[in-house]
Design a protein around this ligand. Structure first.
Ligand SMILES: [Zn+2]
Length: 120
């Protein structure tokens, strides 16, 4: 009878025993799962840091108590703003769609100009 060799997904050693076995033991299973989690957590951390930086830039631009402010695209980009990352979108009462990073958002008015808005 031919049996295909199977290898531990964690350490790569040949597995013996049940055909649905994926790891040598609980130690290898834990190591593998921890590695998977740390890869996923790294992706989440990277994106979270972009979102936080975007929010901090919007917060720095929009003075306390002010609901909205026009800025140039360059003013945002020079501070490291990343237009690709947002948490959600909202349609404003004006009908324009704003991208948000948490409670602060931006609307493209034209190619070079953005309106920063605060979600109330
Ligand atoms: Zn193993």
């Amino acid at each position: 009878m031919h049996t295909e060799k199977r290898f531990c997904r964690s350490c790569g050693q040949i597995l013996h025993g049940r055909s649905d076995k994926k790891f040598c033991d609980d130690g290898c299973r834990n190591t593998f799962n921890n590695q998977q989690n740390s890869i996923q957590n790294k992706e989440i951390r990277n994106i979270n840091s972009v979102l936080k930086r975007n929010r901090a830039i919007l917060l720095a631009k929009l003075p306390e108590g002010k609901k909205q402010l026009k800025v140039s695209k360059d003013q945002l980009l020079v501070m490291g703003f990343n237009l690709r990352y947002m948490t959600h979108q909202l349609v404003l009462p004006s009908g324009l769609t704003a991208q948000f990073c948490y409670e602060l958002g931006w609307v493209s008015l034209d190619e070079d100009c953005y309106l920063i808005v605060r979600d109330l």
